[in-house]
Write a protein that binds this ligand. Structure first.
Ligand code: ADP
Ligand code: MG
Length: 406
C-alpha cells in the first residue's frame, strides 16, 4: 500500500515525541496512526475502527501525551482486560516518561491498597478496567474531575464482556468538557448509542481490515439508468442464492429499496441512522442468522459490520468517497473465500468509477444484462479539453438529469 510513503512528520507531532518514536524504531506510521494522530492532536472527538494489530495504541497515546505535556490534565483509558491494560500502559509510559507524565494501571486481581498508593503519586494517565475504577471511585480514591481525555479502547470487547452499565456510569462522572476517543474493531449498534450520547460530533476513521485486498474479490460494473436499477437488482437477486449486502447512498434510498424488496417477497432488512437501536440489532442478528438474506445499509451504518461469508456486495449507488468502496467490499470474500462485488453506475459517473479504480488499483469490468438496455458513460461529462471542446449541452445533460432524478 502507500504505507511506505507515510511519515511521522507532518502529522503535527512535537519534535521531542518524534525523537521518542525514532528511538522506538517506528519508521512509518500505520494507516490508523497517520489518519488519527492529527485529528486527536487538534482535540477532535474520534471513533477509530481498525482490526487488532494495526497500531491503535500509539495512534491515541502519542497525541494524548502531546496534549498533556502543556497542561495538568489527566487522561483515562478504559480497557476490557488486565492484559490489555498492561500493554496500553507500557505504550503510554514510553511516550510519557520523558515528559514526566506517570501512568497508573488500575485493574482487578491486584490489591486495591497498592493502587491507592500509586494514585497518591499523581499519575496523569490512568489505564483502567471499568470494575476496578468504579471500586476506587466509590472509595473516593479516584477523582475524575481533571480527566479531560477519555479513551475507550476495544469498545466492542468491553460490550461483549457486559461492561456497558459500568461504562455509562463512568462516562457520567467525567467532566463534560473533554475529548472522547473510541477505538474498536467493529461497530455494533450498542456502541453507536454510546457515541451518539457521549461524544461531540466525532470524526470517524476507519481502516479496511488487512487482507481486504481487491484480489480476493471479483468486481463487476453495470452502467445503468437510475430508473432501471431496480429491475436490474431483481435480475441479479434471482441469479444469486447466498446472502447479499446492498449499499445505497441515503437512508431514504435504503428504506425505499428495502420496502420494495419486501413487497416482492424478499427477506430483506435495513440498517441506517433512522432505525432505532433495537431495529438495527434485529436486522443485523437476522442477517447473521439467515432470517434475512438481504441487508440494505448506508455507509455510516455499515461501519464495522462484522459478518463473514457474504457472497455478494451490491453497490446500488456508488459510494461518495472512493475509500468506502474498499470498506464495502471488505465484507465479502472473507477468510479465503472469494467474494463478488457488483456496482451500479449511472452514465454521468465515469469520474467516480475512475477514482474507485485508482483506489483498488484495478479495473471494474463492465457487464451488461441481456434484459436491461445497456448504457454508456457520457464522454461529454469530462471537463472540456484544452483546445476548447465543450459539451453541446443537449444530449448529455438530458441524460444525466434523467439519471439523477428518481
Ligand atoms: P492494536 O491496538 O491496533 O491491536 P497495537 O497498538 O497493539 O495494535 O500495535 C500492534 C503492534 O505494532 C505493537 O507491537 C506495536 O508496538 C507495533 N507498532 C505500532 N505502531 C507501529 C509503527 N508505526 N511501526 C511499527 N510497529 C508499530
Ligand atoms: Mg489495541
Amino acid at each position: 500500500m502507500e504505507h511506505s510513503n507515510l511519515s511521522f512528520y507532518g502529522l503535527g507531532i512535537a519534535p521531542k515525541i518524534l525523537e521518542i518514536i525514532e528511538q522506538l524504531k517506528f519508521q512509518t506510521p500505520t494507516p490508523i496512526q497517520h489518519k488519527a494522530i492529527p485529528l486527536i492532536a487538534e482535540g477532535k472527538d474520534l471513533m477509530g475502527i481498525a482490526q487488532t494489530g494495526t497500531g491503535k495504541t500509539m495512534a491515541f497515546a502519542i497525541p494524548t501525551i502531546q496534549k498533556m505535556a502543556s497542561t495538568r490534565d489527566k487522561a483515562l483509558v478504559l480497557v476490557p482486560t488486565r492484559e490489555l491494560a498492561l500493554q496500553v500502559a507500557e505504550s503510554f509510559t514510553k511516550i510519557g516518561r520523558p515528559f514526566g507524565i506517570k501512568t497508573a494501571v488500575l485493574i482487578g486481581g491486584e490489591p486495591v491498597r497498592d493502587q491507592i498508593r500509586v494514585l497518591a503519586g499523581n499519575p496523569r494517565v490512568w489505564v483502567a478496567t471499568p470494575g476496578r475504577l468504579l471500586d476506587l471511585m466509590e472509595q473516593r480514591k479516584a477523582p475524575l474531575h481533571d480527566v479531560h481525555t477519555l479513551i475507550l479502547d476495544e469498545a466492542d470487547r468491553m460490550f461483549d464482556m457486559g461492561f456497558a452499565p459500568q461504562i455509562e456510569q463512568i462516562l457520567k462522572s467525567v467532566p463534560k468538557e473533554r475529548q472522547t476517543l473510541l477505538f474498536s474493531a467493529t461497530m455494533p449498534p450498542e456502541i453507536f448509542l454510546i457515541v451518539k450520547r457521549h461524544m461531540r460530533m466525532p470524526t470517524s476513521v476507519e481502516i479496511a481490515p488487512p487482507g481486504t485486498k481487491a484480489e480476493n474479490v471479483t468486481h463487476e460494473l453495470f452502467i445503468v439508468r437510475q430508473d432501471m436499477k431496480r429491475t436490474l437488482l431483481d435480475k441479479i437477486l434471482n441469479q444469486y442464492r447466498g446472502s447479499v449486502l446492498l449499499f445505497c447512498r441515503t437512508k431514504i434510498g435504503a428504506h425505499r429499496i428495502a420496502g420494495g424488496l419486501k413487497q416482492r417477497n424478499h427477506r430483506a432488512a435495513e440498517i441506517h441512522s433512522d432505525r432505532s437501536l433495537g431495529q438495527r440489532r434485529e436486522a443485523l442478528e437476522g442477517f447473521k442468522s439467515g432470517k434475512y438474506r438481504i441487508l440494505i445499509a448506508t455507509d455510516i451504518a455499515s461501519r464495522g459490520i462484522d459478518v463473514k461469508g457474504i457472497e455478494l456486495v451490491i453497490n446500488y449507488d456508488l459510494p461518495d468517497d472512493p475509500e468506502n468502496y474498499i470498506h464495502r467490499i471488505g465484507r465479502t470474500g472473507r477468510a479465503g473465500h472469494p467474494g463478488h462485488a457488483i456496482s451500479f453506475a449511472t452514465a454521468d459517473q465515469k469520474d467516480e468509477v475512475n477514482n474507485i479504480e485508482r483506489m483498488i488499483k484495478g479495473t471494474l469490468p463492465i457487464s451488461t444484462h441481456p434484459d436491461i438496455p445497456p448504457d454508456a458513460f457520457s464522454a461529454a461529462y469530462h471537463p472540456p479539453a484544452k483546445g476548447g471542446f465543450r459539451p453541446r449541452g443537449g444530449s448529455w445533460s438530458a441524460r444525466s438529469f434523467r439519471g439523477r432524478r428518481r
